[in-house]
Structure formats: C-alpha cells, structure tokens
Design a protein around this ligand. Sequence first.
Ligand SMILES: Nc1nc2c(c(=O)[nH]1)N=C([C@H](O)[C@H](O)COP(=O)(O)OP(=O)(O)OP(=O)(O)O)CN2
Ligand SMILES: [Zn+2]
Length: 120
Amino acid sequence: MLRITKDFQFSASHRLDHLPADHQCARLHGHNYTVQLELSAPREDLTPAGFVRDYGDLSDFKKWLDTELDHRHLNEVVPDLNPSAENLAMWIYSVWSERFPEITAVRVSETPKTWAEYRP
Ligand SMILES: Nc1nc2c(c(=O)[nH]1)N=C([C@H](O)[C@H](O)COP(=O)(O)OP(=O)(O)OP(=O)(O)O)CN2
Ligand SMILES: [Zn+2]
C-alpha cells in the first residue's frame, strides 16, 4: 500500500458549543488551520507515472478551501456542526471522499501543537 499526503492552509474563526461558559474556546476566536489529506492505493493501482494520484489533481480542494472556508466564520459555514477539529475532519471527508475515493484520512490542525484525524 502506498500513501501520499498534501497539506492545505486556511484561516477562519469559530466558537465551540457544549463547553463550560468560561472555556476559552467557547469565545469567538480564530486559527490558522492546516488540513492534511491522505490518499492511498495498492501498488497495482498506481498510475503509469507511479502516482497514487497526481498532487496537482487536489487543486480543486484548495480552491474549495479558499472560497468556502478561508477568512470565514465556521459556525456560519456549517451551522449544524460544532466546529471542533474532529468534526471538521469528518465533515471534510464527507464532502470530498466521493470525488477522491483514494482519501483514507483527513487531518485538521488548529495550532502547531494539535492534530485531529478522521480515518473511516
Ligand atoms: N479535542 C479537541 N480539543 C480542543 C479543540 C478541538 O477541536 N478538539 N479545540 C480547542 C480550541 O478550538 C483551540 O484549538 C484551542 O486549543 P488549545 O490547544 O487548548 O489552546 P492553546 O493553543 O491556547 O493551548 P496552549 O496549551 O495554551 O498552547 C480546544 N480543545
Ligand atoms: Zn479554536
């Protein structure tokens, strides 16, 4: 099995529900997010060039992040979702797994020290 990853950045604000009122993340704040897509394929499914998928094919994902999420308020973008890193990873997988069936994990980082991973 071969695995590739590519990182993408966006900046956005959010506020998390279901936390104690004095929790810092219950307040409006923002992050410089990193989203990492992981795509996998068995060696027999590699393209003739030896790719799981051309990294360049993911440019539509970058365009989507830029237009839908970058410099937006995540609670408004996905109103039914409490925008934790875990929930964002699951949501991004649900939006993109049909277009890129090779996606095996979505990781979301809010800070240089934190990562959440969804691996169905
Ligand atoms: N499991 C999760 N825990 C937290 C999430 C999350 O999405 N999943 N989100 C937050 C906040 O939105 C934000 O990310 C703050 O995180 P935290 O690391 O606690 O904040 P700091 O950067 O200020 O942490 P320091 O340890 O002070 O550097 C909270 N938890
Ligand atoms: Zn936060």
